[in-house]
Write a protein that binds this ligand. Structure first.
Ligand SMILES: [Zn+2]
Length: 141
């Protein structure tokens, strides 16, 4: 099986293992399993992560643009509402599914679980094996 990029799989809304099966069965509803390779998607739990990224990115685009418009033309408030609310809504709806899929693909790729991240299994084993032998009790005093 070829290696699938979690970023490509996320961008396309595909299964992180095979890169072919659809991750979503509707707009943001994750399917039960991959229709191609059978990967169980029930562990999918990206939590608030996608929303945090999307809010940050959309805010980074919309707020400076609204401020620039206000400084340049000082339009009435209804113009701001008419321009920026639909734009913020549209951007949010467009980028939320890819971010959710990418975060799930990254979680699956790194075997991440709540409060865990398996970047280097060897390093993970060393955590909690005792205290640093180079430190002595006199260091604490
Ligand atoms: Zn698959």
């Amino acid at each position: 099986m070829t290696e699938t990029s979690p970023f490509l799989a996320g961008l396309l809304g595909r299964c992180p293992r095979c890169g072919k099966g659809a991750l979503f069965r509707s707009y943001l509803k994750v399917a039960d399993a991959c229709g191609v390779c059978g990967l169980d998607f029930s562990s999918e739990d990206s939590g608030d992560g996608p929303a945090v990224f999307v809010m940050s990115i959309v805010g980074f685009i919309v707020v400076p643009a609204a401020l620039a418009m206000e400084l340049a033309a000082s339009p009435p408030v209804w113009v701001h509402m008419l321009v920026w609310l639909p734009l913020a809504t549209l951007l949010t709806l467009l980028i939320l599914p890819p971010f959710k899929a990418t975060l799930f693909a990254l979680q699956w790729t790194h075997n991440a679980h709540e409060a865990q991240l398996d970047l280097d299994p060897v390093e993970t084993e060393r955590v909690g094996e005792g205290t640093d032998p180079s430190r002595t009790d006199s260091d604490a005093a």
